[in-house]
Design a protein around this ligand. Sequence first.
Ligand SMILES: [Fe+2]
Ligand SMILES: [Fe+2]
Length: 194
Amino acid sequence: MESAICGIYRYGQQWDRGCVGNKGRKGMDMLSRERIDAIVHRYGRDILEHEHMEIAKRSMQHGDITTFEHSLRVARLSVRIADRLRLWNHVNLRALVRAALLHDYFLYDWHDADDGAHRLHGFRHPYTAERNARGDFEIDAIVSNSIRTHMFPLTPIPPKYLEGFIVNIADTLSAIQETFASRLSRKDERKPRP
Ligand SMILES: [Fe+2]
Ligand SMILES: [Fe+2]
């Protein structure tokens, strides 16, 4: 845990100084958008660049947002939540980022008409995502459990780890935001132009 927390601060001199002897992070600034992005890429670059992510880039998730974009948003928001709630001493940052990036690694477009294999997508996809993630990456117990339980309470078993709860909340907030944003933009498009 400690090494992951200190890892953040190697991104800039300012943060190096802020970290030393300040485990409680009292009086420290919040992570900027750019720094959050750097953290996500640092811990998740191999996932973001994996060839199977091409499928996620072609698959729509909510509204106009692809599964790839959604996963990236969930990862950024997960790091933001951990930062804003001052949870650095309690989360494994690497596992948090990787769980968020892989939580919807089911690798198909669930909107596609098919032979019924995507029926019950909402209930089944966490298990498919976990299986795919295991196939393509070495994932630890935190990542594995967080992927499997990210749809709780739709699926019955809650996350076992704090990282899983954060991904669960970030996923829910992102899904709501993405769905409403696309509905609003569609409504806007339908409005007669002056
Ligand atoms: Fe999901
Ligand atoms: Fe999701």
